[in-house]
Write a new protein. Structure first.
Length: 378
């Protein structure tokens, strides 16, 4: 807590603290009025503490003064331009890349890009977009922004730059190329490339973020050349999550199979839908409905695409699924039989025959049905 400034008492006498700070006050005439004596004391105390503050902060003032004295000799990386605001310039740069016309500025950007000077090309192309956003040169400049970021391995920022190009200039002539480049970026993330925080700090792969990229590609053009594969890749990304999301993967494949049924990707999606349910059924031992759904999907695939080379694989998996269903029904029947629930046991033994009449469980089920009927006939 800062020390209090000494003052006179209400009676006009000086306190001992005041006499220590301003010892010469004793020389004042004893008949000096109390108010005048108090004002004199307050002014002298203020001068006393002011001198102490000056001595304390004098080194700071000297440091600031030294920095200001050296300022004219230091480079100025921040340059202010009226109408544009502040921009950063590297040490040693004289800003000679800046031009007064959009066309000239774009030429600087294109030349730098061709020479693989991506930092300068990025800076120049961004200036075209920011200063002349409605000029005829702005779309190509925005395209160069995306290309430069992609070349600098800043894929997330590059994807956003391409998206900004599509949204701001939807009639850009190389629209299909831009979407293809977005697709290539998303595919790299699907393959396991790490996302980066602030474009520089690796934070690891993320299938959730990858799915958002594919969703944006599909939204940009649901019937574009890359949209069917993007929809399939949404399913693949759900399968590649740390904890596989089979239901979401199945929904993605089903959407692709329905929307693009007349394309090769639709055929692939239908098979992958059945395969996803097939894999999920292995982890859902007590949910036979998933196996049943896989059988339906593979059956549709065989019916709609009988000439496809994957038909034999689909048939084998249907056989495996039916055998698994028969085993599940047989185990359930045995459970009811051990509990003495004969009606329930008969129901599930018959279910074994319905699921796969040619399996090894079917023969045992027939024997158990005969024994139960003989022993517990009503």
């Amino acid at each position: 807590m800062p020390p209090s400034i000494p003052s006179c008492s209400q009676s006009g006498d000086l306190s001992p603290q005041s006499k220590r700070i301003v010892p010469f006050l004793g020389s004042l005439h004893p008949l000096t009025p109390p108010g005048r004596r108090e004002r004199f004391l307050d002014s002298r105390a203020a001068l006393f503490y002011g001198s102490r503050m000056i001595r304390r902060f004098a080194p700071c003032f000297l440091v600031v003064a030294g920095l200001l004295a050296l300022a004219p000799r230091c480079p100025a990386p921040l340059i202010y331009t009226p109408g544009e605001g502040w921009r950063y310039e590297r040490v040693g740069s004289d800003g000679s890349w800046s031009r007064q016309r959009a066309k000239d500025q774009l030429e600087v950007a294109q030349e730098a890009f061709d020479q693989k000077n991506y930092s300068l090309a990025l800076k120049a192309s961004r200036r075209v977009v920011n200063v002349w956003p409605f000029s005829d040169y702005a779309p190509h400049a925005q395209y160069l922004v995306g290309r430069c970021l992609e070349a600098k391995h800043q894929d997330d920022a590059s994807f956003k730059a391409y998206q900004r190009l599509i949204e701001r200039y939807p009639k850009v002539p190389n629209y299909d190329e831009v979407v293809m480049r977005q697709m290539a970026i998303a595919n790299r993330y699907l393959a396991g490339q790490w996302f980066k925080a602030l474009n520089y700090i690796p934070v690891g792969p993320s299938m959730d973020k990858t799915i958002k990229l594919y969703d944006q590609i599909i939204k940009n053009g649901p019937y574009s050349e890359v949209a069917p594969q993007a929809q399939i890749n949404v399913g693949l990304a759900n399968e590649k999550k740390f904890v596989t999301d089979f239901p979401e993967a199945a929904r993605a494949y089903e959407r692709a199979a329905d929307r693009y049924a007349d394309r090769a990707e639709g055929t692939d999606a239908l098979f992958m839908l059945g395969n996803t349910h097939f894999k999920e059924s292995k982890k859902a031992e007590y949910d036979q409905s998933i196996a049943g759904q896989a059988i339906v999907n593979f059956t549709d695939f065989i019916t709609l695409h009988p000439e496809d080379k994957r038909v034999s694989e689909a048939e084998k998996k249907i056989g495996t699924l039916k055998l698994e269903q028969a085993r599940g029904a047989y185990d359930t029947a045995r459970f009811y039989e051990r509990k003495g629930k004969w009606d329930g046991a008969l129901i599930y033994y018959n279910e074994v025959l319905r699921k796969d009449a040619s399996s090894k469980y079917a023969e045992e089920a027939r024997q158990r049905i005969d024994e139960i009927k003989k022993k517990h006939a009503r």
